[in-house]
Design a binder for this molecule. Structure first.
Ligand code: AKG
Ligand code: FE2
Length: 288
């Protein structure tokens, strides 16, 4: 494979994200293995960044004042839009970048999933939010439990839509902590700051101890944060049940597989006996 320069043709499967070079893909995989996180600079083109920002601004406006049980009362200073996959198909496009898929497949694809092509993702979306920091987010893991070793089952992808530095609540993380086999120390001293420029992406293993600084500047910095996980991890929302029909109809088979439509547990043994299904198992409409 040739190594495209950053200005090379845009990736055909993900309009307006940048085609990643072979070296970038390999470095991201190595960094994720060793450090538990990786950065991809300039992931969104200027055009894609403007589009994502405009799409998010519409959603922020539409959800102003909304109350979310279990969230709004706990983190009143933060701003968050949930379930981006239900809001606008545009938010799903960056997730289909071919280089990004290769990085994620290296960690999250089940090699024993014959019903989907070996060169296609069989991992799924677990959650997709946009957030802007308010109060500090203490160090935590998102993997539900720690475990040492080279295998993981969940990753987060953050795409910065604004410049995000220490003054407005950038990500904090503890390099290597994904291999510790321990839950985070909430107040661990000396985590690394991960400043990002608008359009940059970062990935981290969900076992990694991470959090976010408070926003002290008053200047909001939004990121899209997608959780990608192995096909068998329970999503945080009912993604296949909640997707609006109009968005479902506009998606490719590959995107529907990403949303979990190929790996739903059969309702009972007469409907099926294997959750690892192919594109032909995608239902006619959202749900089963
Ligand atoms: O905003 C960030 O960079 C981290 C957010 C995060 O860790 C989370 O939402 O679980
Ligand atoms: Fe997190």
């Amino acid at each position: 494979m040739t190594t495209p320069s950053p200005s090379a043709a845009l990736d055909a499967t993900a309009p307006k994200t940048r085609a990643l070079s072979e070296a970038e893909v390999e470095r991201a995989i190595a960094d994720l293995r060793n450090l538990g996180y990786a950065k991809i600079e300039g992931f969104l083109s200027a055009e894609a960044l403007a589009e994502q920002k405009a799409a998010l601004a519409r959603q922020v406006e539409a959800h102003r004042g909304a109350s979310y049980p279990g969230y709004s009362e706990l983190r009143p200073e933060d701003e968050q839009v949930f379930n981006l996959q239900n809001k606008d198909k545009l938010f799903l496009e960056p997730l289909s970048n071919a280089g990004l898929e290769r990085v994620l497949m290296a960690f999250l694809n089940d090699p024993y999933y014959p019903a989907l092509p070996a060169d296609a993702p069989n991992y799924i979306l677990g959650e997709y939010i946009a957030r802007a920091s308010g109060t500090p987010l203490k160090l935590h893991i998102d993997a539900w439990m720690p475990a040492p070793g080279p295998q993981t089952w969940m990753m987060q992808l953050a795409i910065a839509l604004d410049d995000r530095g220490a003054e407005n609540g950038c990500t904090l993380l503890v390099p290597g902590s994904h291999l510790s086999g321990r839950y985070s120390e909430r107040d661990y001293a000396g985590p690394s700051q991960v400043p990002m420029a608008a359009g940059d992406a970062a990935l981290w293993d969900s076992r990694l101890w991470h959090g976010a600084l408070p926003n002290r500047s008053g200047r909001q910095a939004w990121s899209l944060i997608a959780t990608l996980q192995r096909w068998w991890v329970k999503p945080r929302f009912d993604i296949t049940g909640g997707l609006p029909a109009a968005i479902f109809e506009a998606l490719s088979e590959r995107q529907k597989a990403l949303l979990g439509f190929c790996s739903q547990p059969p309702r009972d043994e007469f409907a099926g006996t294997n959750a690892k299904q192919g594109y032909d198992a995608i239902p006619e409409k959202p749900g089963r």
